[in-house]
Every structure is written in C-alpha cells, then in structure tokens.
Ligand binder design. Structure first.
Ligand SMILES: Cc1cc2nc3c(=O)[nH]c(=O)nc-3n(C[C@H](O)[C@H](O)[C@H](O)COP(=O)(O)OP(=O)(O)OC[C@H]3O[C@@H](n4cnc5c(N)ncnc54)[C@H](O)[C@@H]3O)c2cc1C
Ligand code: SF4
Ligand code: SF4
Length: 672
C-alpha cells in the first residue's frame, strides 16, 4: 500500500449516474465541474454505473495516475456499496479507509425528483462535505479476532431446528435454546400444511428426532437467555434452565440414581390432582400440573408447572424407583461461549379480541384459525371433529374472515400482511369440504395472496371444490342469543351490495405479531427491530439473514411473517452465514474504535458507564488511571467521544477534526 502520511491532500471525486436514478434528476456534469473547484480535488470523473467493473477501474486507475490520498464516490449508500468502493480504493493502492461516500441518490435524487435544480445544489453540498472529510482521513487497519468454534440457535420452531441441523451437519457444535419444554414451535400445532397437504406432525417429528439425536447439537429446552456479553466470535451467553421438577435419565445418573430418570411413562400425570387448561390446545383441553405438551414432544420428559403444583407428592410416589420427580428443583444458570448466534424466535397470534366488533371471546362460535387447526386435527381435543363450542354440533355453514387484524391501519390492527393466512384459510376450506358432507365455506377476503410455488393452483383447486368467495371486509359479527348462530355483516365489493349472512361458525384468520420475548431477547443481542417489532435484517435484499450486529443472524417469522418453505429457506441461509466466521476461524472488525488520548485523559471514569457495549474500563498506567478501550467490543457509536469532558477520546474515522471540517464545509459553503 502506498505511503500517504504527511502528504498534501489530493482527492478524486467520482460521480455515479446510477442509470437515470441519479442522472435523471441531478445535473451530473454541473456537479463534476463544481467538484473540480473544491480545494484539494485534483480529479473529478463520472460514469453510468460506478459500481460496475469499468467504474471501479476508473477509481483504481485515477488513484495511481493522480497520486490520490483520498477518494469520494457520490452515489447511493454506504450500506449498499461501501465495501465495493473500499475494494476499488484498495485496488488503486490506497488504504481502503481513505474512501468517503456522498449519498446523492436515496437522500437526494429519489426524494427531490421534481426539484432538479435544488437537487443539483444539494449534490454539490454533499460532495463538498465529503471532500472535507476525505482530506483528513487516515490509514486504518482492521483488527482480527479469533472465533469460538461453537454456534447457538435461539428458538426451536421449524426455523430454529433447521438452522441448528445445518450448523451441526457442517461439523459445528450448536446449542439449541428453546424456552418451552419441547422443540417444534407453531408447526407442531398444525394439522396439515398447504399447498401439499402433508400432515404437519409427520414431516416435523422426524426433524425433531434428528435434532435430539444429533451429537453436535446440545438441546436445552425450558431454557432462556438471561444475559449476553461480548462480540462476534466471542459471545458469553448466560442461560437460565428453568426448574423442571423432573430429572432426565442423565441428570438422575449424575445424582447417583442408577437406571432412574423420566421415561415418559406418564404415571405422575395420571395421579396428579391439579387440572389446568392446556396451552398447546389453546385452552380447549385440560392438562395436569405435571405434563407433556403433546404426545410427540422432544425430548420426551415431563415438566412440572410449579405455578399450579400443590406439592402433594403423589407424583413422587407414582414415579417410584425411577425417582425422576424433584419437587425442590430450582432454576440453574450456566454460561457458554459461542462464536455466532441465530435468532429464530417465531411469532404469536395477535389477541384478536381487541377487534371487539367480531365478538371473539364473547361469542362461543367465533374461533381463531389456530383453534381451527387443533379442532380439525386427529390428535386435537375433539379427535379431529370440528364442532361448535356452544353445543358440540357439527357446523355446516362456516365463514372465514381473512386479514383479521392484518392490513389494518386502525389502532387495534396491524398494518402489514401476515402472509400465510390466505393460504391456510384456503386449506381450512378444503378440510371442511373434505371432512363434513354438505358443508360450505364462505371466505370473506380483500384479495387472495397466493404467491408461492403451486399456491395459485391450490387456490383454483379450492374454488373448484365449491368454496364461496365474497370480496369485502367484515364490518361486524352479531350473535343470535338463542341459536348461537352468527350474522356476518360485510359489503360485497364485487356486487356492490351489503351482505348479512347467517352462519354456524366464524373462523378469524388473526394477524401475527412478534413473540412475547422477542423484545427482551433482541435487546440482549443488540439487534434492531422495525417499527412493527419484527427483527431488522442487515439489508432487505442483499443481506436478509444478517443483522447490523456482527455475528447475529435471523431465521423464520421473527424477521417478518413467512410460511414454512420460506422459513426453512431463510434458516438454511442463516446457518450458512453463521458458519462462515466459524469456519474461517477469525473475523476482521471495522476499525472504527474509540481511542484514548492518554495525555488528555483525567482518569475520571465518567465515560465507562456511558458505553452501551461495556467496552471501556479504567486501568493503572504509569502510576495513574487512564481509560482503556476493548476494541473488539467497541462498536464506534461515539457515545464516549461525545461525553468525555476533557476531549480525550479519539473516534477513529469519525474524529472531531473530521466532523468539524464537514460542518465548516457545509456552513461556510467552501469558504473556509
Ligand atoms: C393457523 C395457522 C396455520 C398455518 N398453516 C401453515 C401451512 O399450512 N403451511 C405453511 O407453510 N405455514 C403455515 N403456517 C405458518 C407457520 O406456522 C410458520 O411459517 C412457522 O411456524 C414458522 O416457524 P418459526 O420457526 O419461524 O416460528 P415458530 O414456529 O413460532 O417457532 C419459534 C420457536 O421459538 C421459541 N422461542 C420464542 N422466543 C424464544 C426465546 N426468547 N428463547 C427461546 N425460545 C424462544 C418458541 O417457543 C417457538 O418454539 C400457519 C400458521 C398459522 C397461524
Ligand atoms: S406434586 Fe404437583 S405435579 Fe406432583 S402430583 Fe402433586 S400437584 Fe401434581
Ligand atoms: S395473507 Fe391474506 S389474509 Fe393474511 S393478511 Fe395477507 S392478504 Fe390478509
């Protein structure tokens, strides 16, 4: 790399047309001619697509030809093309951190499309400001840190299981953390799956067994993440194993109980006197205080619900020589070291009773689609017979209300599309036509979103089977207090007339929302979320599995509603991304660390508690205290730099002189 220290600044400015994205609004020639007049600029050039190979070659060649000390590219965003132009800068022989970007597309031509003159003036400002900073940039060297060869997946739904299996099969030891007593997630509550109508449990159970048996997976169910410290390659994750009250065979053996531990026989549950609603069956079936979620659970270990248990001890007796019951068990904590982590936290169903106009929880025969899944499922509370909760009769006329709480901009709804409810409601329509002779499904919809492979064909199939479609949002539902039948009031927007339809049952395709612990867990791992609470990917198109926190990846619905095929595909992508740093064995960190200017540091320590990433500490040096930065933990956020009363913190790449030069360049219009 060329030596540029102490040289006069010589800056090259490169303007991108981005086709007509930028050049359609901004007068590129005018900005180029202006750039040539900015102090320190020795060359200004433009090209249709600066990110293309010829565009990048222009940059590299100009660095050599004009002996540049810095490069400014005026184009799109650093998020999209910073790495591209850093590489081009390095290809010309300069340190890649001597590159600065001016955003003249997203923050200019796209938002000022109808004000070309003002947009051109704004582009000139942006270029001038970038040149001011580029003139003061320094060589920076990224730090390499070793990566722990272990991964973690948080959430054991189909997304988390797939990610854990892929990592494990790539030879990486993987912790799979699931907060509930079993893996499987929502998919284990489903009967059949669209569009192929495979039995959900039949395709899920073998995967659950694969996870349980995989020797590279350490499965920790009934466990939650309590604390996270560290950074990519070196996360220390503290886990809370909740008191389960039942010993696994391995735990029993560790206590010297030979041949003991839970065998899943269920003798304890048979004698337990406490009866509670079963959350797996959405409260439509009972369970005991000692329980398994459902017959296919993995691992097959009973769990005691200590909030319900009366500690009568009957289960201890029933368990006998296996001695699996421990009524005094307590939460246990453990800390594990991991290199990368995938969050696969899934989703919850929106509490649709908030849309009081549809009467859920007020009218017996208004149910949700997830309740429908359990009622129609052979292993469900009614053995697969769809019945009306009010009288146990088989419904014949059933209304399905789509977008129940989705695509709803009111204060009681969610603005986004939940993406799988159109398709599962078509599946439900098929199931009642198949199972109940003479039954007719009426589907109230806004539009049917059948975008996946073979989905449109499935839609045609359900139409041909005799499902009736009414295009219109349901305004309200009322109940006949005697028959408990329901009146669905809507407008048929195709025929342009109101509808008042009497039906036996209503199924609400309730919206989805981020799962209950998503907020807490994302904060522990420092992951951002979008306005609606779904976890935010690093880039919606180019990095949909990554996050802006290095080493943390996303899989499944926690990133946004998606069906099983898309969940599995994203999980495979996340596993691949999470395995790369582990296989490489080390990662490079952006060198945007805070640095302590020791002669200015008073050792007051005020900055230490300000750092959101715990990257600062006070150390003894030459008989006095000074601040020290753990560079691998520092994210370069600048909090400490802004806070230090003595100005003793130097933010690499965002140093005070660089920022002041930018402000001057803006305010003084280049007159400094
Ligand atoms: C009624 C209904 C019918 C459907 N039918 C179909 C269908 O036919 N076909 C189809 O393709 N899709 C269908 N879907 C969608 C399907 O359910 C999802 O695509 C799938 O379950 C997504 O899997 P996931 O792993 O992302 O999330 P989930 O299945 O929600 O799994 C997430 C897991 O993470 C755990 N977890 C959450 N937070 C934490 C935490 N902080 N720590 C530890 N563990 C945590 C949860 O306990 C859960 O086990 C249907 C959905 C509904 C509501
Ligand atoms: S001790 Fe608790 S779990 Fe065991 S039988 Fe009694 S109530 Fe049920
Ligand atoms: S998937 Fe269909 S029913 Fe669900 S929110 Fe989107 S459009 Fe509405």
């Amino acid at each position: 790399m060329a030596e540029v220290k102490n040289k006069e600044a010589r800056i090259g400015v490169f303007l991108c047309h981005c086709g007509t994205n930028i050049a359609g609004t901004i007068d590129i020639e005018a900005v180029k001619e202006y750039a040539k007049t900015i102090p320190n600029v020795v060359v200004a050039d433009n090209y249709a697509y600066m990110c293309s190979t010829p565009g990048q070659n222009k940059i590299a060649d100009a660095i050599k030809e004009h002996d540049l000390t810095g490069v400014v590219v005026a184009a799109c965003t650093p998020r999209l093309h910073e790495p591209t132009f850093r590489n081009a800068t390095a290809a010309g022989g300069l340190n890649p951190f001597r590159f600065e970007m001016a955003n003249i597309r997203d923050q200019n031509s796209w938002v000022h499309m109808h004000q070309p003159e003002e947009a051109t003036d704004k582009a000139k400002d942006a270029v001038r400001i970038a040149v001011a900073k580029a003139s003061l940039l320094e060589d920076l060297v990224p730090k390499s840190v070793p990566v722990e060869k272990t991964a973690m997946v948080v959430g054991g739904g189909v997304g988390g299981m797939q990610a854990a299996l892929d990592l494990a099969n790539a030879g990486i030891k993987t912790y799979l953390i699931e907060k509930s007593p079993t893996i499987g997630g929502r998919m284990s509550q489903l009967d059949k799956t669209f569009p192929t109508l495979d039995c959900s449990q039949c395709i899920l159970t073998p995967k659950m067994v694969d996870v349980y048996r995989n020797e590279n997976i350490e499965l920790l169910t009934y466990t939650e993440v309590e604390a996270v410290e560290g950074y990519i390659g070196n996360f220390d994750v503290t886990l809370r194993k909740k008191a389960r009250g039942i010993l696994t065979p391995a735990e029993a053996e560790a206590r010297g109980i030979v041949g003991g531990g839970c065998t899943g026989c269920g003798d304890c549950a048979t004698v337990c006197p406490v009866i509670k609603p079963n959350p797996f069956e959405l409260g439509m079936a009972p369970r005991k205080a000692v329980y398994i979620y459902h017959p296919q659970v993995s691992p097959l270990i009973y769990t005691i619900d200590f909030d319900a248990c009366v500690k009568c001890g009957l289960c201890v007796e029933a368990c006998g020589e296996k001695k699996a019951v421990d009524l005094e068990s307590k939460d246990e904590f453990m800390t594990v070291k991991i290199g990368t982590v995938i969050l696969a936290l899934g989703y919850d169903i929106y509490p649709i009773e908030k849309k009081f106009e549809w009467g859920y929880k007020n009218y017996d025969n208004v149910i949700t689609s997830l309740e429908f899944e359990r009622l129609i499922c052979a292993s469900g509370p009614t053995g697969g017979h769809l019945i009306r909760p009010s009288d146990g009769e088989t419904p014949k006329k059933i209304a399905f209300v789509l977008c129940a709480g989705s695509r709803d901009n009111t204060s009681t709804g969610k603005p986004y599309c939940s993406r799988f409810c159109c398709m599962y409601s078509l599946k439900h329509a098929h199931q009642i036509i198949e199972k109940i002779p003479g039954a007719v499904p009426y589907i109230f919809y806004m539009d049917i979103r059948s975008f996946g492979k073979m989905y449109e064909e499935f839609y045609y199939r359900i139409q041909n089977e005799g499902a009736k479609f009414i295009r219109g949002r349901v305004a309200n539902i009322t109940e006949d207090p005697v028959t408990k039948n329901l009146h669905v009031n809507a407008e048929d927007t195709l025929l342009g007339r109101p509808v008042d339809m009497e039906v036996d049952m209503v199924v609400l395709a309730a919206a989805t929302q981020p799962s209950a612990e998503t907020e807490k867990t994302r904060r522990l791992f420092g992951v951002s979320c979008s306005q609606d609470g779904w976890l935010l990917e690093a880039h919606p198109k180019l990095n949909p599995c990554g996050t802006t926190t290095a080493g943390v990846y996303l899989a499944g619905v926690c990133q946004g509603p998606k069906d099983i095929p898309d969940t599995v595909a994203q999980a495979e992508g996340a596993a691949s991304a999470a395995s790369i740093p582990i296989h490489r064995g080390e990662v490079e960190l952006e060198p945007y660390f805070a640095q302590c200017i020791e002669e200015k540091c008073a050792g007051c320590g005020l900055c230490v508690n300000q750092c959101p990433y715990s990257a600062l500490s006070l150390v003894e040096k030459d008989g006095r205290k000074v601040m020290q930065v753990t560079e691998a933990k520092c994210k370069g956020c600048g909090t400490c730099g802004g806070f230090c009363p003595g100005g003793a913190i130097w933010m690499q790449h965002f140093a005070t002189p660089q920022i002041v030069a930018q402000i001057d360049a803006f305010l003084l219009g280049g007159e400094q």
